[in-house]
Design a protein. Structure first.
Length: 167
């Protein structure tokens, strides 16, 4: 998704009085429903997941997000630090740590000047290597490792690849 005009202006010029609301949607097979959190807001906020969509509740938490980037050494991963997790996220994260399934993450950013839809969306992310304390969770968020998946997504077995069998 490309950036909206309002988001491009917020990133480039940081207009006076305008705030970028960064949100994270965390989902896992062990969660009854996705956990949605927002930063740079004092109270929980209703925001649509897509432009013109029905708003959903994002819980207000202290979140620090470092977006993915590129350095001389190559791509740099996204980093997330969430404070005050003990009340909301700690039970979810502990349950997810015990599972082999990854926590999927969707990053959305809104500007306080335009809350009708996200101005920036990064989806297809997975939370990796989480460090938990009693009050904070910090982890690396990256894209699914496509290079590590089987190609052409087929299972090599004796039925479809008889040359693999010594019959």
């Amino acid at each position: 998704m490309s950036l909206t005009d309002a988001m491009q202006e917020a990133y480039a010029a940081n207009p006076a009085g305008e705030v970028v609301i960064e949100t994270l949607e965390l989902d896992h097979v062990g969660f009854a429903e996705p956990v949605r959190i927002a930063s740079n807001v004092e109270d929980d906020v209703l925001l649509p997941l897509v432009a013109g969509g029905d708003p959903v509740t994002f819980r207000a938490l202290a979140v620090a997000v470092t977006l993915p980037g590129v350095s001389e050494d190559g791509p740099t991963p996204m980093r997330v630090r969430i404070d005050n997790v003990s009340g909301l996220l700690l039970p979810y994260l502990r349950a997810a740590i015990q599972s082999t399934a990854p926590i999927s993450v969707v990053y959305r950013a809104y500007t306080s000047a335009d809350l009708t839809g996200p101005g920036d969306v990064i989806d297809g992310l997975q939370l990796r290597s989480v460090d938990l304390t009693a009050t904070t969770a910090e982890g690396e968020v990256s894209f699914r490792e496509v290079a590590m998946e089987a190609f052409p997504r087929a299972t090599y077995d004796g039925t479809f690849y008889p040359a693999l069998s010594n019959l």
